[in-house]
Design a protein around this ligand. Structure first.
Ligand SMILES: NC(=O)c1ccc[n+]([C@@H]2O[C@H](COP(=O)([O-])OP(=O)(O)OC[C@H]3O[C@@H](n4cnc5c(N)ncnc54)[C@H](OP(=O)(O)O)[C@@H]3O)[C@@H](O)[C@H]2O)c1
Length: 232
């Protein structure tokens, strides 16, 4: 098990990022956060407890400086803009994290590692539409998030790609449950509390069973999780 004392959170100012900061501080980890310059103030409540390195998450120098001494890196992969934001971010972390560091990335269920996920027709149509509209408006590049994950899957670093269902706010329900493939019955409820998604990522830092896995997760108290509790 990797001994974790210092972590970098890439995308620390987002909703998921802020929960990951909280969970990491609760565990006594030293935290370095990377976020865009204009978002630094979103981290004001952590000001004295974390180091903040402002910059775009695909800025290689900022990432190099931020991950250098970290035992773990938690990265929110967002597909914003048509500027290789996701793949640039993922690649910089892969290139500069110290050897042996645990790398935990987040993405949605649309990412597939081995092609064995089973998606509903509605999900596939929804993805096609949002991918098309995203490219049309040049606001979102879902293909680049797929590229980012393919690079991670091909890497021999100690990565985990945590794939999420729909997300909602609310009190923690505890550590989500996971399964290898979207379409597995345990995942049917398709909802996870955002704080618990972050919890799963932070806990993954110390879970060697998740190395080179792309767990698809769902809230532990959802009907499908409760109905299939013994499946895994
Ligand atoms: N169902 C799903 O698809 C699913 C499920 C689980 C997890 N996820 C993952 O979780 C992420 C969502 O995170 P969240 O809930 O924390 O949402 P969020 O608060 O909206 O955070 C999104 C992140 O995107 C950044 N961002 C927003 N606009 C940007 C822009 N124009 N350019 C560059 N960065 C920008 C934010 O940075 P600022 O603070 O600087 O704005 C923040 O770090 C998804 O992108 C995905 O990776 C997805």
């Amino acid at each position: 098990m990797t001994n974790i004392s210092k972590v970098c959170i890439v995308g620390a100012s987002g909703k998921l990022g802020q929960y990951m900061v909280e969970h990491s501080l609760e565990r006594g980890y030293e935290v370095v956060g990377v976020c865009r310059e204009q978002s630094v103030e979103k981290l004001d409540r952590f000001q004295d407890r974390i180091t903040i390195n402002p910059g775009a998450t695909n800025n290689r120098e900022v990432i190099q400086q931020s991950v250098a001494e970290c035992d773990g890196v938690l990265t929110v992969l967002v597909p914003w803009g048509v500027q290789q934001y996701s793949s640039g971010t993922a690649q910089a972390v892969l290139d500069y994290a110290k050897p042996g560091a645990r790398l935990i990335y987040s993405c949605g269920w649309h990412i597939t590692m081995d092609g064995k996920d089973k998606y509903s027709q509605g999900f596939l149509i929804g993805m096609k539409i949002s991918s098309f509209l995203g490219r049309l408006t040049r606001m979102v590049d879902i293909d680049d998030q797929v590229e980012a994950c393919n690079r991670i899957f091909a890497s021999d670093t100690l990565w985990t790609v945590v794939r999420g269902s729909g997300l909602e706010e609310g009190e923690s329900q505890g550590l989500p449950v996971w399964s290898r493939h979207v379409g597995d019955p345990i995942l049917e409820s398709d909802i996870t509390r955002r704080t618990d998604f972050a919890l799963f990522m932070v806990e993954a830092l110390q879970n060697d069973e998740l190395i080179h896995e792309a767990p698809a997760i769902v809230g532990s108290q959802t009907p499908s999780a409760l109905a299939h509790a013994g499946d895994n």
